[in-house]
Design a protein around this ligand. Structure first.
Ligand code: M6R
Length: 614
């Protein structure tokens, strides 16, 4: 979950690394550090607790000079946020430094073994055993590459690491084991970059090499070499990525989350664009090849995902079952492998993941592979693991999502599931070309509908100011809008720290209605669909118990206007696509409540953007 940056080249490393860390701060922000090798081969380290600004302040007071360096922004797992636990970690004799992403599962016995040899530890982290092991091998005469290879052989767990030593001051050694987040080499002209995520290096280069699990790289300014952990050479495959540095920056917006909410119009346009042939009534998904026979043979789809992506999967189930008539089960990535799922070759497993690096989702994909499923993914991060290991994938086309609270990945992944549903429907013969054309037209109207919601930003901000004093919220919806209620509640709790629960509206009477009083606002999704009347009655029930009701309703709905305390209007959308429109005001509501409360919406406490630990 931590962010890693490395640089080797002719320029001063410090500003490049600090800038890279700034672009990765969403990965972890409880402490940060940087190490640089100077012209004499001496390593200098600066570490500080708190956000990156603290490190920048420290570096301004105690500058670093050198053209080779590594940096890290931390999300604590072992050891409290403190300067001593921040990375880079240094070997006891100061010969080697390391930044690490992952968990050393067997660190306790390794630490005991090293301490018995007289090695003194300076932190409480699991990470430090790696650097001490590497230094031990360096002291026995190994090169850095060999020392890293041997040290990694002791570890269990998943890891991404970058190391450097003053003995070989012209190079960095990077490695990846398992799914602990990516390690990407950025190939420049006479300089090389290393990063856990693309935004850290996009302003320097778009030529990338993605290390696979079980690979390591020796990186110098004008060359790099990729091998397996066993030392076998691997032909490195360079990819030119389409993301640009502008889309990974805040631009005119104060916060990434606001920018990303507003980017949904163009993100949806990009997601849908080029994938529909309206005349022929066809959907193109060239990166997800499937024969008609294979599509007809499918008996079940498992969707696996976490957090917002899981809620997207819950809504996508309605789309795929309704249009393609394929049964869908949706599972949490963190739970899937404990369910003994019934999978065979007629089963497809669809992973939905913005980052493509969420370890629970990746492990579920592995489980699906092991049991013989066809593996698909819907993924945003280009070159990520979930994209690479799938048999077929659909790109979200959302562009970089930096705000920790996921927004545009929710709506674009829903559009992708709708495209997948139409694609499967055509191949399975459950919809005619005429029906697909009509559904495709519905999809094309989405960017316009979303832009109509965004135009109400200020109205929603005013409402948010009124609501920000409450400490508990209920979000309710029925049918395909139940996942929207879950997502609305998640948005609120993760960035405002206000307790919010999403509930299927019909379940209220089976218990949660007891919670309702004048201190418990109820956000009810009451758009006009087949459960509209039932939702109206749910609103009545909440009002009868003194609840304050905020209704999300379609424009011109007088009935709800008379019943609810506040109404947020959304344009009418086709029922299966309504979640894409209905979630947008809930994103804005959460955003404005949190900013009104003075909170850091882009980097909420305790969270990190990519969850690369189990
Ligand atoms: O990158 P992924 O889509 O796999 O991430 C899944 C969740 O960690 C993510 O959606 C998380 O719940 C967000 N903070 C929600 O806003």
């Amino acid at each position: 979950m931590c962010g890693i940056v490395g640089y080797v080249g002719p320029q001063e490393a410090t500003p490049i690394i600090l800038n890279g860390l700034m672009r990765l701060e969403y990965r972890g922000y409880d402490s940060a550090g940087i190490a640089v090798i100077d012209a004499q081969g001496a390593i200098h380290v600066r570490r500080s607790v708190g956000k990156l600004a603290e490190l920048e302040h420290l570096v301004a007071q105690q500058p670093l000079a050198g053209t080779v360096g590594i940096g890290h922004t931390r999300w604590a797992t072992h050891g409290v946020p403190a300067a001593r636990n921040a990375h880079p970690h240094v070997g006891m004799n100061g010969r080697v430094v390391l930044v690490h992403n992952g968990i050393v599962e067997n660190y306790l016995p390794l630490r005991a073994e090293l301490e018995a040899e007289g090695i003194q530890f300076a932190s409480e982290t699991d990470t430090e055993v790696i650097v001490q092991l590497v230094e031990r091998y360096l002291e026995s005469g190994c090169s850095l590459e060999t020392a890293v290879r041997r040290a990694l052989g002791h570890l269990t767990g998943a890891h991404g690491v970058v190391l450097m030593t003053g003995d070989e001051p012209d190079r960095l050694v990077a490695a990846r084991i398992g799914h602990a987040g990516g390690v990407t080499l950025g190939v420049g002209e006479g300089e090389m970059f290393i990063a856990s995520d693309l935004p850290a290096v996009l302003r320097h280069t778009r030529r990338m090499v993605f290390l696979e699990p079980g690979q390591m790289a020796v990186v110098e300014a004008d060359r790099y070499r990729v091998t397996t952990l066993a030392g076998e050479p691997v032909p490195a495959e360079e990819q030119v990525v389409s993301w640009d540095p502008v889309s990974a920056a805040k631009g005119a917006y104060e916060r990434f989350m606001k920018k990303e909410i507003h980017e949904q119009v163009e993100a949806l346009t990009a997601t849908i664009g080029g994938r529909l042939d309206l005349e022929a009534g066809r959907v193109f998904l060239p990166t997800l090849p499937l024969t008609d026979d294979a599509a007809r043979d499918l008996t079940r789809l498992f969707t696996v995902a976490c957090g917002t992506s899981y809620y997207s999967g819950l809504a996508g189930k309605y789309m795929i079952e309704s249009l393609a008539r394929l049964p869908v089960e949706v599972a949490y990535g963190s739970e899937f492998r404990y369910t003994d799922p019934i999978i065979d070759r007629s089963t497809a497993l669809l992973a939905i993941t913005q980052s493509g690096e969420t370890v629970d989702t990746l492990v579920s994909m592995e489980e699906g592979r092991r049991r013989g499923a066809r593996l698909w993914s819907i993924v945003n991060a280009i070159g990520s693991q979930a994209m690479r290991i799938a048999d077929g994938y659909i790109g979200m086309q959302a562009g970089p999502e930096i705000g920790v609270a996921s927004t545009k990945a929710f709506t674009t992944s829903l559009a992708d599931q709708y495209l997948l549903a139409l694609y499967l429907a055509a191949k399975r013969g459950t919809l005619s070309a005429t029906e697909i054309r009509a559904r495709a037209n519905d999809l094309l109207a989405l960017p316009r509908l979303v832009s109509q919601v965004l135009a109400q930003d200020e109205t929603i901000r005013q409402l948010a100011i009124r609501l920000a004093r409450y400490r508990n919220f209920l979000y309710i919806g029925r049918g395909i809008n139940f996942p929207v209620a879950l997502e609305g509640a998640l948005k609120l709790k993760e960035i405002s720290y206000i307790h919010a629960e999403g509930y299927p509206a019909g379940e209220m009477k089976h218990g949660p209605i007891a919670l309702i009083d004048e201190q418990m606002p109820v956000v009810a999704i009451v758009t006009q669909d087949r459960v509209y009347e039932k939702m109206l009655s749910q609103v009545e029930q909440a009002k009868a118990r003194g609840g304050l009701v905020v209704a999300l309703a379609n424009e011109g709905d007088q009935t709800i206007a008379e019943k609810a305390d506040y109404v947020v209007t959304v344009p009418v959308a086709p029922p299966l696509l309504a979640p894409i429109v209905n979630v947008v005001p809930l994103q804005l509501l959460a955003y404005h409540m949190a900013t009104w409360l003075g909170l850091d919406v882009d980097q909420p406490r305790n969270l990190a953007k990519s969850v690369t630990v189990e």
